[in-house]
Design a binder for this molecule. Sequence first.
Ligand code: DQA
Length: 139
Amino acid sequence: MKILVINGPNLNMLGLRDKDQYGSFTLDDLNGIILNHFKDIEFDFFQSNHEGEIIDKLQTFSKYDGIIINPGAFTHYSYAIRDSIELISIDVIEVHISSVDSREEFRRKSVTAPVCTGKISGFKEYSYILGIEYLVRNL
Ligand code: DQA
């Protein structure tokens, strides 16, 4: 089983971002936590600050069994990423570290979640673990 984990803009800056919202772990820490938790699963970790690069990566979906994506701020307005997810035939789970529904109004809207299998938000690094757990149990 091979799972693609995509992190969008500014998630390479974890560790320096608002610790109340995002905790104090770095992106490398997060990827390490995932690897440690799911020792038998093969992962491809991808981070980009660029919408087009995220779309290019999503278009390689046929190499994977499932996708976890944290689109960062693109969540709230990228119809291009939404369209890319819409045609993907495998499960795509949207995850957020912070609780997007209890923050600013603009974060409550996700244009990408309606074309994902589901959305997990507010459980810090465990949002990723829970999403991957779903993929593992349903594949
Ligand atoms: C985020 C929430 C987004 O609103 C924000 O723009 C991010 C991170 C999260 O993981 O909580 O960059 O996706």
